[in-house]
Each structure stands twice: as structure tokens, then as C-alpha cells.
Design a protein around this ligand. Structure first.
Ligand code: ISL
Length: 558
């Protein structure tokens, strides 16, 4: 246990500033609002806050298009507000991890404004410019958010690459001046005393030589740029350089968002030899409930099969053991709500199944991430209609998949968006049952989930059986019991399609974690030794071998 790093025992709470708490009444969450709610995060027991981007941005992709890395988005406040938030969080022993978005900038960033001004500008090579090929795009890559990944720029007659929206041109990491500029900017934040970085799509920064076409999925129009670009030829080299020039300057926590990462690459990114990052967000379990038609990608509304989920999560647990470190997450600002996706958000089962889903994740090995509202069992926002959505991914999906490419009809698409759309996670935090859920006194930037009168923080804090207190207990257990950090993971019954059970095995004790994924009562015998203690459970009594709907329990024994 001596070798355990602080971030291996930590639980991270993700704050999406736009939707957390508005202090100035403009309908948009802000830094002062987060400061007002620090007591709440402290009460939950989280060690670290990860802040989604708060930098200057035209907000073409909610802050993931940054126009000035060293300034704060005016909607969120200013640098003094940030400094105060950081100091107040540190007073409470809460660390702050910043989002780092350096695969691309905004097209309004000075670097890009210069770069696009002429072919011989100093900054031309900061981005990825190519001549047209036979009058069209340089290759067949599609943008992550529908449509082509190239934009033609009239002024200089070349295309620039944007893996995300047009307003997010990709930086050219091959250029050492780009890397130096990014490292200098990171050091500006390190010098302020922040505690780490969550690195946006860091697996995509090194583009393959020659930018070869991607594979076009059946029925699709564009080549898969994710597969073509992920874990590119120099990515590990660049991250090692970053480690040397920036990350080693302080005791920080780093997590790379690693779209398209596989196990061998994860072992490099998150190796325990401290050469690159501490951990990555892998995406495989997020893709298990994709549409069987690859041209529709994530847009689908069927639940994941428990067997495939087990197989995948167990692979990550087992193969990283003693080599690298896992992050653990069910949801974030890009994913639907955990209880809606993996549990059951009906009135009858919401609370119990939210606790089950939490139990399953929080006893695994890795650093758990809790996305704002998950800890009170917030659900997907089924009341939002096509005209209510704000997210550019959803808007583009309607535009391309229905209106242009006719791959799906509008009603079906709306069902898919209610199941998978990013705005499910982005509706305002539900603090209480007053107007706008206590989020703002103004007009909220996005519609609230209609269920806020029932599902909110003030209700949760008043109810000892709430999802909130269950998360509080899970976090406390992780802090207290080393086995949750160090125990060896062992999956039980991989072919059981209803129950997800596993052990964590330590030197002189073990944990047995049992989760009923269904609304049926199911009988199972796990040979629990007499005298085993129940560490935590989402029912108030124990029915032994009989597992009730969404029952979760954890036994501890020698
Ligand atoms: O959101 C996704 C699927 O719905 C992902 O494909 C997502 O685009 C990918 O994980 C990258 O996400 C990150 O970078 C994007 C930004 O829009 C996301 O919010 C961010 O988490 C571009 O910066």
C-alpha cells in the first residue's frame, strides 16, 4: 500500500459549469455558482473536481472550441473568480483538475486567425492544411459530429482538417512550435497551482502519415476518422515530452480521454512507470449499445447486453492490473444518464437501480468519476423535443442523418436522442423544487428536466435512503478500505445474463460484489462463508440467496 498514489484512492466529481449553478442570473452556470456549492461536493466526499472547459470560447461546442487558453469565458466569470474557486477548494482539501483541449482550437483563436490569413504566414503550419484533390476534400474522413472533416477556405484555396465541428480546426502536433506553445500554456496553469488535467481526445493528436482514407461503414458516406487517427504514430512520444516539460513539475493527476484506445495503447498511456499519463477514459463499454447499422453509430435505443458489458469491463480490469491504471465511469457530459442507460429510471426502480449501478462501478479497481447529478439519480431528459436541443452533435445528427442522408426517420431519431443524446446530461443540476430547480433566477440556457420537482438535491439530502447518501457511503468506503483500491478483480459466472458478480481479492480478506441487473427476483448461491459481513447494500435487510429486483450487496470476509 506504500506505493499507492493519492489519485488511485481518489473519487472525482465532474462539474459541467454551464449547468451546475448560476450565481448571476444570466441563465448560465458560472464559477461563483460552483464556489457556492463547494460545501455540497465536500459533503459528498469527493476528492477532486474535474471542470469542463471554462476558457474563452465562441461556444460552437460548449467550450471545447477555445479561443484563448489563458482567459476565462465571460459567461463563467473571470480569472479572479477562478483563483478564488481554486483557493476555496484547496481550503477544503478538494483538488481541481482542468479540461485541456489541445487536439484543436477554436477557429477564433489567434493562431488560427493568423494561420488562415495566408499560405506563408508563420502560423500556417500550426494547423493541417491540404490542397484539394480533384476538386474535392483531401481524403474521405467524416467529422465526429456528421458531415465531412474538411472545410474549404476560399481565401487560400486549401482545406483545413476539423475532426469535430468546422469551428474546431485540428492543431498540427508534428510542428514542434505547436507542442512548445501548448506546453507553455499548460505550465501557466500548473504555476497557478491546479492539480491536473483531463485531456480531451488526446489519442487523436498524432495524425497518420499521408492522412490515408478511412474505412467507410456499410451504408455510410464518410471514412471513419476515429479509427484512422486514434493512437497515431507519435502520440506516445508527444505525451512523454509533455510529461517531461509540464507534468513532472508538480504532483498532478492526469486522465486522457482516449477515443479509439485499445488495451496495448492504454498500457502505454497509463503505464505505472509514470512515463505518460495516470489513466485514460476508454470507450469500448460506451460502444456496446451502438446501433447494429454502423452508419448510425451511437444512435440507438436498445440496452446493452449484460454479458458483453461484463466481458468488456473485466478485460479492462484484468489486463491493466499491475501495469497501468483504470478510470471508472458510466456517464459524463457526452453520455446519457447512468440510471437511464444501465438501470431503470421508472418511478418504482429509479432509486434502487441507481444504487446498484453505482455499486457495480465503485467496487472495481480504478479511479471512479461521478458526473454531476448522478449522485442523486438524475435521469435522461425525455421532455426535450427537437427544437429544445442545444448540442451540436444532436443538431448535426438531425440535419445529416434525417434531412440529408435519409438514414432514419424523425420519430426514430428522437427516440435515439432521448436514449443517447448528450443533452440528457446537460440539463441543469436539480437543486430543489423551486422555479428552475434552484439553478438560476434567470432563463436557463437549456430546458430543465421536467422531473426536477421530485428528483433534486434538497429532497435527497432530507432522505436518509437517498441515492446521495449511498454515494457518500461508497466514497467513504473507498477511502477507508485499501482492498477497494488494491484487491485483485475476479469475475464470477461470465455467462450469467442477469447478475453481475465479482470478487476483489486481497492478502487477508476479500469482497464479493453482487448486482442484480433485472427487475426479477433471482436465486443464486455464491457460497458466502458464515459470518461474512455485509459492507453495503441497497436493501435494508438481507434475503440471502434470493436477489430482489436491482439488488446490490457487497460481502466482506476473510
Ligand atoms: O460525444 C461523443 C459521442 O457522443 C464522443 O464521440 C465525443 O465526441 C468524443 O468522446 C470526444 O469528446 C470530447 O471532445 C469533443 C467534445 O465535443 C466533447 O464534449 C469532449 O468530451 C470535441 O472537443
Amino acid at each position: 500500500t506504500e506505493n499507492i498514489k493519492w489519485w488511485q484512492k481518489a473519487v472525482v466529481y465532474q462539474v459541467y459549469p454551464r449547468s451546475f449553478q448560476d450565481a448571476d442570473g444570466d441563465g448560465i452556470g458560472d464559477l461563483k455558482g460552483i464556489e457556492q456549492r463547494l460545501d455540497y461536493i465536500e459533503k459528498l466526499g469527493a476528492d477532486v473536481i474535474w471542470l469542463n472547459p471554462i476558457y474563452s470560447s465562441p461556444d460552437k461546442d460548449n467550450g471545447y472550441d477555445i479561443s484563448n487558453y489563458e482567459d476565462i469565458n465571460v459567461k463563467f466569470g473571470n480569472m479572479l473568480d477562478f483563483d478564488r474557486l481554486l483557493a476555496k477548494a484547496h481550503d477544503k482539501n478538494i483538488k481541481i483538475v482542468m479540461d485541456l483541449v489541445v487536439n484543436h482550437t477554436s477557429d477564433q483563436h489567434d493562431w488560427f486567425i493568423e494561420s488562415r490569413s495566408s499560405k506563408d504566414n508563420d502560423k500556417r503550419d500550426f494547423y493541417i492544411w491540404r490542397d484539394p484533390v480533384n476538386g474535392h476534400e483531401p481524403n474521405n474522413w467524416g467529422s465526429f459530429f456528421s458531415g465531412p472533416a474538411w472545410k474549404f477556405d476560399e481565401k487560400t484555396g486549401q482545406y483545413y482538417l476539423h475532426l469535430f465541428v468546422e469551428g474546431q480546426p485540428d492543431l498540427n502536433w508534428k510542428n514542434s512550435e505547436v507542442r512548445q506553445a501548448v506546453f507553455d500554456m499548460m505550465n501557466f496553469w500548473v504555476d497557478k497551482g491546479i492539480d491536473g488535467f483531463r485531456m480531451d481526445v488526446i489519442s487523436l493528436i498524432s495524425k497518420p502519415d499521408g492522412l490515408p482514407d478511412g474505412e467507410v461503414p456499410d451504408g455510410g458516406k464518410y471514412g471513419n476518422s476515429d479509427k484512422a487517427v486514434a493512437n497515431g504514430p507519435h502520440v506516445h512520444e508527444y505525451l512523454q515530452e509533455m510529461r517531461q516539460q509540464v507534468l513532472n513539475r508538480a504532483d498532478m493527476m492526469t486522465v486522457g480521454e482516449a477515443s479509439g484506445v485499445d488495451i496495448p495503447n492504454a498500457i502505454k498511456y497509463a503505464n505505472s512507470d509514470s512515463s505518460e499519463l495516470n489513466m485514460v477514459f476508454q470507450f469500448e463499454h460506451m460502444g456496446l449499445d451502438n446501433n447494429p447499422n454502423p452508419a448510425l453509430g451511437k444512435w440507438y435505443d436498445k440496452k446493452v447486453s449484460l454479458i458483453s458489458l461484463k466481458e468488456n469491463l473485466s478485460k479492462w480490469q484484468n489486463e491493466l492490473t499491475d501495469k497501468a491504471w483504470n478510470s471508472l465511469y458510466w456517464d459524463n457530459h457526452d453520455q446519457p444518464r447512468a440510471v437511464s442507460r444501465y438501470g431503470n429510471d421508472s418511478e418504482e426502480y429509479r432509486v434502487i437501480s441507481a444504487k446498484m449501478v453505482a455499486t457495480l462501478l465503485h467496487f472495481m479497481q480504478g479511479t471512479p468519476y461521478v458526473y454531476q447529478g448522478e449522485e442523486i439519480g438524475m435521469t435522461n431528459a425525455y421532455n426535450l423535443q427537437r427544437e429544445d436541443f442545444d448540442d451540436v452533435e444532436i443538431k448535426n445528427a438531425f440535419k445529416y442523418l434525417i434531412d440529408k442522408d435519409h438514414l432514419v426517420d424523425e420519430d426514430t431519431m428522437l427516440k435515439y436522442v432521448h436514449a443517447k443524446g448528450r443533452d440528457n446530461a446537460r440539463t441543469p443540476m436539480q437543486w430543489d423544487s423551486t422555479e428552475n430547480a434552484g439553478f438560476t433566477t434567470g432563463k436557463p440556457w437549456i430546458k430543465l428536466n421536467a422531473n426536477f420537482k421530485k428528483i433534486n438535491v434538497s429532497q435527497a439530502l432530507a432522505d436518509p435512503d437517498s441515492v446521495f447518501y449511498y454515494y457518500q457511503k461508497l466514497i467513504k468506503l473507498r477511502h477507508e478500505l485499501a482492498i477497494i483500491t488494491t484487491g485483485k478483480y475476479q469475475l464470477l459466472d461470465p455467462d450469467d445474463a442477469q447478475i453481475y458478480a465479482y470478487r476483489r481479492v486481497g492478502k487477508d480478506e476479500q469482497l464479493l460484489v453482487i448486482n442484480n441487473f433485472t427487475m426479477q427476483t433471482i436465486d443464486r448461491d455464491y457460497d458466502v462463508p458464515a459470518g461474512a459481513e455485509i459492507l453495503i447494500s441497497n436493501y435494508n435487510d438481507d434475503a440471502g440467496r434470493s436477489l430482489r429486483p436491482y439488488e446490490a450487496k457487497v460481502y466482506r470476509f476473510a
